[in-house]
Design a protein around this ligand. Structure first.
Ligand code: ZN
Ligand code: ZN
Length: 342
């Protein structure tokens, strides 16, 4: 097996996932044609592994991607999968049940754990005040307030403020009806934010009610496109700072599954216009997962297009190298072993 890129000689990083292919963190393989490449992170070229030690690694890789890896995204020709520190490009469509939005669901579940820990830290702080005031014989106003049950909430609010600040959006905006200047959207006013379907299908316009004329539906401060998307993602993350239980995340992802895609879910949740404060909790969580998923999906699609172009070029080379240097029966045996006779 190669330990360095055959094009630029950069060393391949070791991985812990594959016994038969210990070098390389990004791999590409084609179970149908029996090809296996290590992808260089420096020059991005693909090194075709020598055919004589390919088949065991191919079998291992096929098993790993079928049983354990998460599908990130796919085109008609290639799929991008991840398992641990390993990124795998698999030629041919992957038949996997787990969809990519589970990743963000897990983030919400782990946020919940952090939130619970923060509450515990607040309770501890209150306990410390109690012990301290008993020792010194005095109780400060702040100490008394903490003990009166505000401990956990204070620590949580503080952590939230540290992470988000107080404004979700700042800029130069005006009410689209009366022209009143609106230069900020605060998290405090989030419940009143309007979510409206955009002219571009699957996108959302975010509308803050005008503080002067009070309009909303046909006026107010209206954010569109990326600006709306980024602000909405921030507001939803703030809104769901406490995270969500695993059960809630499961119901939310089921909603997305039933809708068909993150974009469809967004369309269904927002309908012809909703206030953020009127969203039901599961719908809100699903919307947060969907908005994050849609933006990550755009990046993945760009990456996939690039990978697909690489694959086409490398496959041309591989067919020449394997064809010229390898007697056909050996290649056929290899193909059969990997596809189990298919
Ligand atoms: Zn290289
Ligand atoms: Zn106005």
């Amino acid at each position: 097996m190669y330990t360095r890129c055959i094009v630029c000689a950069s060393p391949f990083e070791p991985n812990e996932e594959l016994g038969h292919l210990p070098n390389g963190k990004r791999l590409a393989f084609d179970p149908g044609r029996g090809r296996l490449w290590v992808v260089c992170r420096t020059c991005r070229r693909w090194s075709l592994t020598p055919i004589e030690d390919r088949w065991e690694a191919l079998e291992e890789l096929e098993k790993l991607t079928t049983d354990k890896a998460h599908l990130l995204s796919q085109t008609d020709n290639i799929a991008l999968l991840r398992h641990g520190g390993l990124e795998v490009v698999r030629v041919g469509r992957a038949e996997l049940s787990e969809e990519a939005w589970w990743r963000y669901g897990r983030e919400l579940a782990s946020r919940r754990q952090t939130w619970q820990t923060l509450g515990f830290a607040g309770t501890l702080a209150a306990g410390a005040v109690l012990v301290g005031s008993w020792a010194t014989g005095g109780l400060t106003f702040f100490g008394a307030w903490l003990i009166m049950g505000h401990g956990s909430e204070t620590v949580r609010d503080g952590a939230r403020w540290l992470r988000f600040g107080s404004t979700a959006w700042q800029g130069e905006g005006r009410c689209e009806r009366c022209g009143a200047v609106q230069d900020a959207i605060t998290y405090r006013d989030r419940a009143g934010l309007g979510l409206f379907p955009s002219e571009n299908p699957g996108e959302i316009d975010l509308v803050a009610r005008c503080t002067r004329c009070g309009t909303y539906r046909d006026g107010g401060l209206r954010l569109r496109g990326q600006e709306a998307e980024h602000t909405l993602r921030r507001v939803l993350a703030y809104h769901h700072f406490a995270g969500a239980s695993e059960r809630r995340v499961m119901s939310a992802t089921r909603l997305i599954q039933e809708a068909g895609s993150p974009k469809d879910l967004t369309r269904i949740v927002v309908k012809d216009g909703r206030r953020l404060g009127d969203l039901q909790r599961t719908g809100g969580i699903a919307l947060e997962i969907a908005t994050n998923e849609a933006s990550e999906q755009q990046l993945l699609e760009l990456e996939l297009a690039e990978l697909e172009a690489h694959w086409k070029r490398e496959e041309e080379l591989a067919s020449i190298i394997d064809g010229e240097l390898t007697p056909m029966p050996m290649l056929e045996t290899l193909r059969r072993r990997v596809t189990r006779g298919g």
